[in-house]
Design a binder for this molecule. Structure first.
Ligand code: ADP
Ligand code: S3P
Ligand code: MG
Length: 167
């Protein structure tokens, strides 16, 4: 079983993904980390050097061309489902779960972890929640194509496994 976790930056894909993999004894792959290891630089550096469009091409390539192990939790980047045919590709190749959270809760989580995220690292104070609200509205039509939509507040690995019928 391949499980793809999707959702906005800060929804906890990386954090809960690791815990879920640990709980289920599955492998864990973070798509952003995989991209960083392939290009030998951070996502922030890649955006600065090559821009977002090049990143999206690379992200699609790494997502759709990697030979993932059989039992694996894959934490995707927040934009991955919203570009090219990535969302339908994930639905055809695994089980996709959207970790849903309000803009306010996302802003609270992201306030202290902006620096590794090129799309928000320059935003100050109220700008962050405004940006999240606008971007989330654009992205939700993609996220909502997921087989499972799960509230990401106070989510535990055990509960997520249960919702996904894996626990
Ligand atoms: N369940 C949670 N409760 C509170 N904070 C969380 C939770 N999950 C993640 N965070 C925090 O939110 C930030 C983003 O989490 P992360 O797992 O990197 O999200 P994503 O991969 O979806 O962008 C991190 O600072 C992390 O510590
Ligand atoms: O939402 C986005 O467009 C992005 C989210 C990031 O991943 P996280 O969702 O894990 O922060 C990372 O892929 C990149 O900074 C772009
Ligand atoms: Mg992540």
């Amino acid at each position: 079983m391949k499980v793809f976790l999707v959702g906005f930056m800060g929804s906890g894909k990386t954090t809960i993904g690791k815990k879920l993999a640990n709980y289920l004894k599955y492998d864990f792959i973070d798509l952003d980390k995989l991209i960083e290891s392939k290009v030998g630089m951070s996502i922030v550096e890649y955006f600065e050097l090559h821009g977002e469009n090049a990143f999206r091409d690379l992200e699609k390539d790494v997502l759709q061309k990697t030979e993932f192990p059989e039992n694996v939790i894959i934490a995707t980047g927040g934009g991955a489902p919203c570009f090219a045919d990535n969302m339908s590709w994930m639905n055809e190749n695994g089980l996709v779960a959207y970790l849903s959270l309000s803009p306010k809760a996302l802003a609270n989580r992201l306030e202290n972890s902006k620096t590794d995220r090129p799309l928000i690292r320059h935003l100050k104070g109220d700008e962050l929640e405004g940006f999240i609200s606008t971007k989330l509205a654009e992205r939700e039509p993609f996220y909502n194509q997921s087989k499972f939509v799960v509230s990401a507040s106070d989510l535990t690995a055990e509960r997520l496994a249960f919702y996904l019928n894996l626990g």
